[in-house]
Design a protein around this ligand. Structure first.
Ligand code: UDP
Ligand code: MG
Length: 331
C-alpha cells in the first residue's frame, strides 16, 4: 500500500512504513470552487508536514473536488504533478460537503486521519497539538471548537446557538457548540464512522454517535483566506432541519402528543356544549370561534403531516440506496 504512494524507489521509507516505525497521516480536504484558496492551503499544510518530519509521520493529502465550476481541478492536478503525496477524487457534479467528506474518508489510507476545510478556517498549525492528544494522551480523536464566532453575521451566530441547544435536547447524540468538522482521529474511529452506511450523512452527528474519547481544543474563529463561503442562511436552515430528522424521532412523538392533547380538549368542549344546551337551551353560539378552531386544527394537521412527510422522504431516499457520490476521475 505505502509502496504505491511513495514508489518503491524510496525503499528506506517503504521499509519504515512496513515495519511500522513510521505512521501515515491522511489529510482529507473537500473542495468546492476553492481555486483561490488552494495554493495558500497547500503551502500551509506542507509547511506543517515538514515540521512533523521529526515525529516519524508521513502525510498524504486526499483532496475531493466536489464538482467545482472554477479551476479547482486544474490546481489539484498541478499539485499532483509536483507532489506525489497529493491525491484527488473528482466528482461528476456537486454532491455537497458531506458526500465529499465521505469520499475522502473512504479513500484515506492513513493510520491517523484528519479532515479540514480548504479555506484555512481550520488552522493547520493546530495539528501538532491534535496529533499529540491522540498519540500521547490516549484520546481517540481530537477536535477543534470555536469559542468565538467573530466575523460571522450576528443573526447566523444567534441561530447557530439556538440550533445546538434544540438539537441536544431532542436528539440522542450530543453536539458540542461551535465544534468544527476539523478533527484528527485514529483508524479505529474512522472505521467505525465508515461502518455507518446511511446515504443521508450528517457528519457532526455521526462522529458523536460512534462515541470514543474526544478531546476538544478551543480557538478563536478565523476568516477564510480567499474565495467565498458556500453557505447562506436558508441552506443552513434546511441543513439543520435535515439533521433533526437524521438524529431524532422526537418530532414524531411531538405529533402524537399534540394529537392526544387536541382530542382531549375536543372532548372537554363537547361536554361543555352538551351541558350548556341542556341547561340553557338555544343554539348557534360562537361561529367566529368555530372558524378559529377549525383553522387552528387544520394548521396543526397539515404541520403534523409535514413532519411525518419529512421522515417518509428520508426513508424514501435511504431505501433507494443511491451512491453518495459519483467519481469522474481520481488519482
Ligand atoms: N464544500 C464542498 N462542497 C460544497 C460546499 C462546500 O466540498 O458543496 C467545502 C468547501 O470547499 C470548504 C468546506 O466545504 O472546503 C467548507 O465550506 P465553506 O468554507 O464554504 O463553509 P463555511 O466555512 O463558511 O461554513
Ligand atoms: Mg469556510
Amino acid at each position: 500500500m505505502y509502496a504505491d504512494i511513495y514508489g518503491t524507489g524510496d525503499f528506506l521509507k517503504y521499509l519504515r512504513f512496513r515495519e511500522n516505525w513510521m505512521k501515515l497521516l491522511s489529510v482529507v480536504v473537500p473542495c468546492y470552487n476553492e481555486e483561490a484558496a488552494l495554493p495558500y492551503f497547500y503551502e500551509a499544510i506542507t509547511k506543517v508536514a515538514r515540521d512533523f518530519s521529526g515525529r516519524d509521520v508521513e502525510f498524504e493529502f486526499r483532496f475531493v473536488n466536489d464538482g467545482s465550476k472554477d479551476g479547482t481541478l486544474k490546481v489539484l492536478k498541478a499539485l499532483r504533478e509536483k507532489d506525489q503525496r497529493v491525491h484527488y477524487i473528482s466528482f461528476s457534479r456537486n454532491f455537497g460537503k458531506e458526500a465529499a467528506l465521505y469520499a475522502g474518508l473512504t479513500a484515506a489510507e492513513g493510520d491517523y486521519i484528519t479532515l479540514m476545510d480548504a479555506d484555512l478556517q481550520d488552522p493547520p498549525e493546530k495539528l501538532y497539538e491534535m496529533y499529540s492528544a491522540v498519540t500521547e494522551e490516549g484520546y481517540d480523536c481530537c477536535g477543534l471548537r470555536r469559542v468565538t464566532r467573530k466575523g460571522e453575521p450576528p443573526v447566523r451566530s444567534f441561530f447557530a446557538r439556538q440550533y445546538y441547544q434544540i438539537f441536544n435536547k431532542i436528539s440522542d447524540v450530543e453536539l458540542v457548540d461551535g465544534a468544527r468538522d476539523f478533527r484528527l482521529m485514529t483508524r479505529q474511529m474512522l472505521d467505525a464512522v465508515l461502518s455507518l452506511k446511511e446515504v443521508n450523512r450528517y457528519s457532526k452527528g455521526i462522529f458523536s454517535w460512534v462515541g470514543f474519547n474526544v478531546k476538544w481544543l478551543e480557538y478563536e474563529n478565523v476568516e477564510r483566506v480567499a474565495g467565498e463561503t458556500k453557505w447562506n442562511f436558508w441552506k443552513l436552515l434546511a441543513y439543520s432541519v435535515e439533521s433533526f430528522v437524521d438524529f431524532s424521532v422526537a418530532p414524531l412523538h411531538f405529533v402524537s402528543v399534540m394529537g392526544i392533547l387536541t382530542t382531549f380538549i375536543a372532548v372537554l368542549a363537547i361536554i361543555f356544549v352538551i351541558v350548556r344546551q341542556l341547561a340553557f337551551g338555544g343554539s348557534a353560539y360562537g361561529w367566529p370561534s368555530l372558524v378559529c378552531i377549525i383553522l387552528l386544527l387544520g394548521g396543526l394537521l397539515i404541520f403534523s403531516i409535514g413532519i411525518v412527510g419529512e421522515y417518509l422522504a428520508k426513508m424514501y431516499l435511504e431505501i433507494k440506496d443511491r451512491p453518495v457520490y459519483i467519481v469522474k476521475e481520481e488519482e
